[in-house]
Design a protein around this ligand. Structure first.
Ligand code: SF4
Length: 464
């Protein structure tokens, strides 16, 4: 299928930063010219297919230590993700409205992207930047504004707002708060103070038997958001526009579901790329049209590998379930180095993965119900059950809970979830806090992961 682009991928493998540089030399120039963000725009400045070296030079130093899928589709994914800051500044230059949505990780972006020429992005996602850049600049900037180490790495978003150079100052900021995350509400409050005005959206606690009332509450909150966006853009929101927006988001979510299953069941993609695919459901890396095309390319690659029996990871690798996204991207490739593969995940973004009901009379109510299926607005047990269902289905042999240092939900929730999962699955479980960024996995975490992998391996041997 990759032949559609006139390029044949090499046999699937995970390759180093330097190996990708060599491979990149073989990609025809016409192909590099072909991919542009914000299509159908094809201005020379909107190319994004570059080797990881380009992004490392501009600060993404962590790329030098990662392992990558060697397909053209994966290179396209990495180029697109690393190009996002530039893309947001270009969006502003092109006359698009740039809207920061914060705190709910998914549903608000669906509403914003239903407006023509609006680009939604979650500054929350800048929590990876200190790891990607191996730099504490954003964390230090947040500390100067009053949010220090007692808060999770998401405080980097506050530092990014303060620096004014990671994304343009938004035309509008919409903050979800309530039954979600105390840490992030603190970040949002300081952003509100910095910018003078934000729109607050209440996120209710999910209560069994009260779906209708909660849907109504959220729908009314979303109506206020729509009014603000109408005033900003001069565009009247219609049911057709909203339904089209939902359908575009659902397309991304459907592609993501298929890719997750091809990765986690059929070993066609590595865990790190699959995590980046899952997180693409939040705000599509600020360009839903091109992101959808990239997902289609990845899907063609994964289907081709499945059909040709060309897995990228050994199917008999140890099967792991993973709870909470690892802030340090090194961790997923590391467990693969040790002979494991990820088969189930709960990355606190269930609200962005849920397919939104398009048959509903009221599209806003359908978006509200997708929010009510969220990872963090219910009980810890419900969140654990999201992982348990997948882990059982794919016969996980071990579970890793990578908690977030300072994360308010992690300090207690990880323990509660770990206990519940252990009782239900009766397989080894490792729980650890991801250490602050420093360019390598800390020694203690390495020792613990290696010991855990030995345990999982010995359990498999005992069974056979
Ligand atoms: S504590 Fe958890 S939910 Fe809150 S911002 Fe950090 S990672 Fe996100």
């Amino acid at each position: 299928m990759t032949a559609d682009y006139g390029y044949q991928d090499p046999r699937p493998a995970r390759i180093t930063f330097d190996e990708w540089d060599d491979l990149f030399q073989r990609i025809p120039d016409e192909l590099i010219e072909k991919f542009h963000y914000f299509p159908p725009n094809n201005e020379p400045w909107s190319k994004y297919l570059f080797p990881p070296q380009t992004f490392a030079i501009y600060g993404a130093r962590h790329l030098r230590r990662l392992k990558f899928d060697n397909s053209l589709a994966a290179l396209r994914l990495w180029g697109f993700i690393n190009n996002e800051s530039e893309r947001l500044f270009r969006a502003r230059q092109m006359g698009k409205k740039v809207i920061a949505v914060m705190g709910d990780l998914g549903p608000l972006a669906v509403i914003v992207n239903s407006f023509p020429d609006c680009v939604a992005f979650y500054p929350d996602c800048w929590w990876w930047t200190p790891f990607a850049m191996e730099s504490k600049v954003l964390l230090d900037a947040a500390a100067q504004l009053g949010i220090g180490e007692a808060t999770c790495f998401s405080r980097a978003a506050l530092g990014a707002f303060a620096k004014h150079s990671y994304f343009p100052d938004p035309d509008l900021i919409i903050c979800a708060t309530g039954a979600s995350c105390d840490d992030y509400s603190g970040v949002e409050s300081l952003v509100a103070k910095m910018f003078g005005k934000v729109i607050w959206v209440e996120t209710p606690l999910r209560i069994c038997g009260e779906t209708a009332q909660l849907t109504q509450l959220l729908t009314e909150e979303y109506r206020r958001v729509i009014t603000a966006l109408e005033q900003l853009t001069g565009t009247k929101m219609t049911e057709t526009l909203l339904l089209n927006g939902i359908e575009r988001s659902n397309r991304v979510r459907q592609l993501t579901h298929r890719l997750r299953s091809l990765a986690y069941e059929n070993c066609t993609l590595p865990a790190l790329e699959t995590m980046m695919i899952e997180f693409g459901c939040l705000h599509y890396y600020s360009d839903i049209t091109e992101w959808t095309a990239i997902l289609e390319h990845l899907l063609a690659t994964a289907e081709y590998r499945l059909k040709g029996n060309l897995p990228i990871l050994k199917p008999d690798s140890l099967r792991l379930a993973w709870l909470t996204p690892p802030a340090d991207p090194l961790l997923l490739p590391y467990v693969e180095e040790l002979g494991a593969r990820v088969v189930a995940t709960e990355y606190v973004i269930n609200q962005a993965l849920t397919i939104i009901d398009t048959d509903a009379d009221d599209p806003l109510g359908a978006i509200a119900r997708s929010m009510l299926a969220g990872s963090l607005n219910g009980t810890s047990r419900e969140r654990a059950d999201l992982l348990i269902a997948q882990a059982e289905m794919r016969k996980a042999e071990g579970v890793i809970v990578s908690a977030i240092l300072g994360g308010s939900h992690c300090a207690l929730e990880s323990k509660l979830i770990a206990t519940h999962i252990k009782q239900r699955l009766k397989i080894p479980l490792l729980e650890f806090d991801v250490a602050p960024p420093k360019g390598e996995i800390d020694r203690q975490t390495i020792t613990r992961i290696e010991a855990f992998m030995e345990l999982v391996r010995s359990k498999r041997c005992q069974k056979s």
